[in-house]
Design a protein around this ligand. Structure first.
Ligand code: SAH
Ligand code: SF4
Length: 359
């Protein structure tokens, strides 16, 4: 379905329950037709909250001296892998603050190799470790990672610049360059945005949806912005839309991304559960088809605070049990023991092969 910028703005506008239901129902049908009824599970490990960057919205930014910094150890990682395997998760996601340097690059390589070898290559690996060099992306791919998430956060250059310090470490163009490098290295590439940022308009969100379409990514991870009290953006909290409106807007964006992109994978983000306890369930009804239960060991989990009120107490297995019962009424079921790759990726690669043969 081709939607113009004006169409998108009209469908994004909160406050009209009929248009909300209309796009959610359409997104659900598109999802069933193009990616099926499975909800893919990715066990999330927040490997380290150490970060060299200073994004204005994020609770683990470098200058938050109150954050207690940690790096998970390999024994705890092995336990998380075993939990993923024994509960038939198809993949793991490894997320970190953004660090560089040989030690970090090696360490993440070891994390990926550990997941691959301990699971006998059963588990797929998604990384979300920020902007890195082509060499690093290539190395991690060779270690066995095959998906990478890197949100553009906001496509509008002016809005982006209000969310980040003005220095060479936070340039918007590097986000786009990284996404290109990741594609070049062979990854399934994911991106996304935050919804409900102070100063973000419906026009911004419509442009975000168009940009994500143009980037032709395989995966999308988007969620509501949730303030963190130890960040510069917290000062603008008076500008924040009420939680119910941020929730509605996020569901609208999710549905519109599903309707316009069809065969991608799309995550139900944890941040939604901060706004309402059934937030992720609502996302799965609005087009999302991936759930990332948190397998970070409990001792560390409480320190990975990107935003306030993170539902860190929800145990991964309780969440899966609860959601698997709840999604049945929508005709959905939990996918077991499969990587659950996005059909769009296979489709793009088959085209590439055909072209190659013709040449
Ligand atoms: N350091 C990596 C990955 C970890 S952060 C990176 O930045 O890419 C992962 C995502 O968390 C970010 O892309 C951002 O969109 C989200 N995030 C950070 N702070 C947030 C907040 N206050 N509210 C909602 N999402 C937030
Ligand atoms: Fe670091 Fe990512 Fe948070 Fe930015 S969003 S401060 S890069 S963890």
């Amino acid at each position: 379905m081709i939607l113009t910028r004006e169409d998108l703005i009209r469908y994004l506008k909160p406050g009209n329950p009929e248009t909300l239901q209309e796009i959610i129902d359409l997104a659900h049908r598109v999802r069933l037709n193009h990616v099926g009824n499975k909800v893919w599970l990715r066990g999330l490990v927040e490997w380290t909250n150490r970060c060299a960057k200073n994004c204005y919205y994020c609770g683990i930014r470098r200058d938050n001296k109150e954050a207690h910094r940690y790096t998970v150890d390999f024994r705890a990682l092995e336990e998380a892998i075993d939990t993923a395997l024994s509960n038939k998760f198809g993949s793991m996601v490894v997320q970190t603050g953004e660090l560089s340097g040989e030690q970090f690059v090696e360490e993440i390589g070891e994390v990926v190799k550990t997941i691959k070898s301990r699971s006998d290559n059963k588990l797929g690996v998604t990384l979300s470790c920020g902007e890195q060099s082509e060499e690093t992306y290539r190395y991690w791919y060779e270690c066995g990672a095959h998906r990478y998430l890197l949100r553009i956060e906001a496509s509008d250059p002016e809005l982006y610049s209000r969310l980040h310090p003005q220095d060479r470490f936070h340039e918007q163009k590097n986000r786009f360059i990284s996404l290109e490098l990741l594609r070049k290295c062979g990854y399934q590439v994911g991106t996304g945005i935050m919804v409900g940022l102070p100063g973000q308009s419906l026009q911004h969100l419509a442009d975000d949806i168009l940009t994500i379409n143009r980037l032709d990514v395989d995966m999308v991870g988007l969620g509501p912005y949730i303030p963190h009290h130890r960040t510069p953006l917290y000062e603008l909290k008076e500008l924040l839309l009420p939680a119910a409106v941020r929730l509605e807007l996020t569901l609208r964006v999710l549905a519109l991304v599903r309707i316009t992109m069809k065969d991608i994978n799309m995550a139900a983000s944890t941040a939604l559960d901060v706004l309402v306890s059934s937030g992720r369930l609502m996302a799965l009804r609005a087009g999302a088809n991936v759930l990332m239960p948190n397998l970070t060991p409990a001792d560390y989990r409480k320190d990975y605070f990107l935003y306030d009120d993170k539902p860190w107490l929800t145990e991964a297995l309780d969440l899966v049990k609860k959601i698997s019962g709840q999604v049945r009424k929508y005709g959905l079921e939990i996918g077991s023991d499969e990587w659950g790759d996005a059909p769009r990726f296979a489709e793009r690669n088959s085209k590439k092969t055909t072209t190659g043969k013709l040449l």
